[in-house]
Design a protein around this ligand. Structure first.
Ligand SMILES: [Zn+2]
Length: 137
């Protein structure tokens, strides 16, 4: 395969992170039945279906790949509402998903070091989680 100019080869850790991220997105969308959790639009197809973080990736690397830290939103609700109206969106989430929020608040305070091993273990966990989720529906 020809090397693309300007594109660096991904490290093993970056590849694992990308795999985690893809699994996380697939799980969140599947769990929410491809339905926007804000406006209830359904089904969300292709680029209109976003898996959105509750606690941003930049604030917690381990929660970045936790299914409970994700919610499905349509493009509009994600970009024009969730990210632009945090004063309204935050309380909406905490009210709509009170139990998840309780869990997230606790998890966020637990320090986690993300290593290659963490990623490999988490990928296994997410695969099992996804398999069980598909079986239970
Ligand atoms: Zn929506």
């Amino acid at each position: 395969m020809a090397k693309k100019p300007g594109r660096k080869k991904k490290t093993k850790k970056q590849k694992l992170a990308a795999e985690c991220d893809q699994l996380w997105k697939d799980i969140v969308k599947f769990r929410d039945k491809y339905t926007c959790q804000k406006c209830h639009k359904h089904p969300l197809l292709g680029a209109n279906c976003h898996a959105s973080h509750v606690i941003p990736k930049s604030r917690s690397r381990s929660l970045a790949f936790a299914p409970l830290n994700g919610k499905t939103l349509c493009f509009h609700c994600h970009i024009n509402w969730w990210h632009k109206h945090p004063v309204e969106a935050g309380p909406w989430y905490r009210k709509t998903f009170a139990e998840r929020w309780q869990w997230l608040e606790v998890q966020e305070r637990i320090p986690v070091t993300i290593t290659e091993l963490w990623y490999s273990d988490h990928i296994k966990y997410l695969r099992w989680y996804f398999l069980l989720l598909r079986r239970s529906l």
